[in-house]
Design a protein around this ligand. Sequence first.
Ligand code: NAD
Length: 477
Amino acid sequence: MNIAVVGSGYVGLVAGACLAELGHNVILVDNDQRKLAALKNGQCPIHEEFLPELLQRHRGKRLEFTSDLGEAVRRSQAIFIAVGTPPKNDGDADLSYVESVAKGIAGAIDSYKVIVEKSTVPVYTNSWIRKVMILNGAPEELFDVASNPEFLREGEAVTDFLYPDRIVVGADCDRCALILERIYQPLVEGSYYERPDAIPGPATGSFAARLIRASTKSAELIKHASNAFLAMKISFINAVASVCEAVDADVKQVCEGIGSDSRIGQRFLYPGIGYGGSCFPKDLLAFRAVARESGCLFGLLDETVRVNEEQRIRFLRKVRKALWTLKGKRLGVLGLAFKNGTDDVRESPAIAIIKALLKEGCSITAYDPAAMERAAEEFAPEGITFASDPYEALEGADACLVLTEWEDFAALDPARMKSLLRYPIVVDGRNLFDPSAMEAAGLNYYSIGRADVVVDHRSTHKTESSLEIGKSDWDIA
Ligand code: NAD
């Protein structure tokens, strides 16, 4: 099938490359000329496993890049909209990029097309796209709008797309549903997985993706509700971790105990410095706005956001507890990306924490295997320095802070870390290290929801009143 994907970012680029991998002819559209030039030049603008291979495999054959939306529309039967939907000041999603693409499609439509919402959008967006297209001259009978939300995780985006837990097709008519079903046929029938050159995935043996047909409104809600649920699970375990700290329990043991219940499951039960990224924070706010506008009380969402914000404040307090005063301290930071496996620093808790520490007068040397270039754009040129490996970041630092859960960091040698640090202090916002290994290396170790390791005397450190969380601690504007 001939397909256009509008927006070549983390979602559009992966979706476009994967649709080409399934055998479709794909035109990727973007209005960022620098990105297009890089893509045409054979570069892969984002850090994502298997994406360079897919681009290499299909570029110039089944995968083209253009800024000409009109031409892409005329040549395609299905047009996926994968542009950004960032939050506005009131938390509602900014749908102006989606609207501008809808207008562009309306101006070019010349035969029946399916317009597919791939971006994460609030319920009713499909009706708005329809209205905007008609207002801009698109004949009603020449298009349908479907919702096909994307559930990929950055860092595992290609395998998530090709080996999905489910494909949601939100369509209010069979004609457009059938087109989407045909697009995903190789995954749903399983023929893709039999190919010798298939990208290897998590599934073993025969695999067939599950396709769920829903109304467009239900599909839009499925995406918001899924992200809100996952964010809630993270905030839940972070709140449990705080209780563990207060009563001297170990959150790792608690997670094992509750996660073994098949109704709960182990995944997303990792306490830390809170969720971030370009999706959870904004999708939660947008879903909350949808609930409010429709007159539904959904306080659980407010509480999820509150716990997430508090988690960063609590981490900052741990750094204070370990170092006393912060002004003039030099910190070696491991991790900048909002999670491991990606170079994405949008809404990264690591970036927010570093900004707060800079404001306190700390100096920062940071290392991240993938995100240093993007992180550099977040700080003034003299803001922070970057190291070329994790050990270099720790050289002469007053403490090591772990802010992203890269596996490479977990493999660091605690004895070498100690020998490089000026003070033997590690504050781990991702629970990457085993406290007993840190203790054996002579490191003071502070993590989330577990007892502090203080090498000269074991301490269970209850909250000290002088270190109470204050909102002013977190004024990073
Ligand atoms: P992104 O910012 O990485 O990419 C958006 C792209 O759209 C950019 O390349 C931008 O130049 C392009 N663009 C904007 N306006 C355009 C226009 N008028 N014409 C052509 N191109 C245009 O964003 P993303 O992370 O890929 O997210 C896209 C959508 O997918 C969002 O709604 C997001 O919530 C959703 N989503 C993201 C993820 C994720 O992990 N990033 C996962 C699932 C869903």
